[in-house]
Design a protein around this ligand. Structure first.
Ligand code: HEM
Length: 119
């Protein structure tokens, strides 16, 4: 049997590192960085890490809202959504994640579009 995406991304330690890099890359990205201007960076990193740990088959550590509740009223557009996916790919490559795993992560992220864009 294929191991879970959680395991293949390096478990809690690996995903925590990827999520931390991802949030740093978002903040440095002029297209979306301003969205996080008032954010508690450590809290956003923790939210991103726990969301992904739980969503990829790891322990149930995510305590935040669902994606619709999190992003409702932010008026996020399509270009911003793609910017987040671009950043995710950079973070995955920075952490030497394999091709198959990159495809799975990108697909999982893409599949949430209708809960995030213009909600
Ligand atoms: C599939 C794509 C996305 C996923 C999986 C995702 C996931 C998340 C998660 C898990 C949180 C933290 C929630 C919590 O801890 O309660 C969050 C917060 C947030 N997201 Fe997203 N997000 C996505 C796309 C976007 C996009 C496109 C934008 C706009 C640039 C965006 C902007 C934000 C902001 C501004 C916050 C709040 C940060 C704060 O609490 O200060 N997200 N997102």
């Amino acid at each position: 049997m294929t191991s879970s995406l959680y395991e293949r991304l390096g478990g809690t330690e690996g995903i925590t590192k990827i999520a931390s890099d991802l949030v740093d890359i978002h903040i440095a990205n002029p297209r979306i960085g301003p969205r996080y201007a008032g954010s508690d960076v450590a809290a956003v990193k923790n939210g991103a890490a726990t969301f992904f740990i739980t969503g990829t088959g790891g322990p149930s550590v995510y305590k935040g809202k669902d994606m619709l509740g999190t992003h409702k009223g932010m008026n996020i557009d399509n270009d911003e959504f793609i910017a987040v996916l671009d950043d995710a790919l950079v973070a995955l490559e920075k952490n030497n994640i394999g091709q198959r795993e990159k495809e799975e992560v990108l697909y999982v992220l893409y599949s949430m579009k209708s809960e995030i864009v213009r909600v």
